[in-house]
Ligand binder design. Structure first.
Ligand code: FES
Ligand code: FES
Length: 156
């Protein structure tokens, strides 16, 4: 048995320590917001936070996450009110939606580390997340908007 802290809750999982974290999240814990894309750390669809950093859960062994804090898209905010989620809705970012939870998890780290990113900062920070639908312009616009919301929130 491994103990994981998932979205603020301790969970016991009967998993082989070598099992990819993604499989544990989706198959054992039923948190299906995180997606399987390439399986080889190339597309970013499986991005979650491990102690606040973005990791590719498809290539992260669950043993690495034992005793650590894992956040999935389901735990990004309490009420879907993270500035990114508000901006994503306003700009109607998703097309098929498949890549979007990974995009949001990467964007959340980007925004935490750089509250006022330029276009180039966004393109660089998001370069590991592929969208086959080509929603990049809306992603970029929504990250700018989220940065603005975050700054306004920080002031109030
Ligand atoms: S599924 Fe993990 S990076 Fe593509
Ligand atoms: S919205 Fe379809 S893959 Fe990104």
């Amino acid at each position: 048995m491994l103990t994981l802290n998932i979205n603020g809750k301790e969970q016991q999982v009967a998993a082989d320590p070598d099992m990819p974290l993604l499989w544990v999240i989706r198959d054992l814990l039923g948190l299906t917001g995180t997606k399987f894309g390439c399986g080889v750390a190339q597309c970013g669809a499986c991005t979650v936070h491990l102690n606040g950093e973005a990791v590719r859960s498809c290539v992260t062994k669950v043993s690495r996450a034992a005793g650590q804090k894992v956040t999935t898209i389901e735990g990004l905010s309490q009420n879907n009110d993270h500035p990114l989620q508000l901006a994503w809705a306003e700009f109607d970012v998703p097309q098929c939606g498949y890549c979007q939870s990974g995009q949001l998890m990467s964007a959340a780290v980007l925004l935490r580390e750089n509250p006022n990113p330029t276009d180039q900062d966004i393109d660089d920070g998001m370069s590991g997340n592929i969208c086959r639908c080509g929603t990049y312009p809306r992603i970029r616009a929504a990250i700018h908007k989220a940065a603005q919301l975050q700054r306004e929130g920080a002031k109030s």
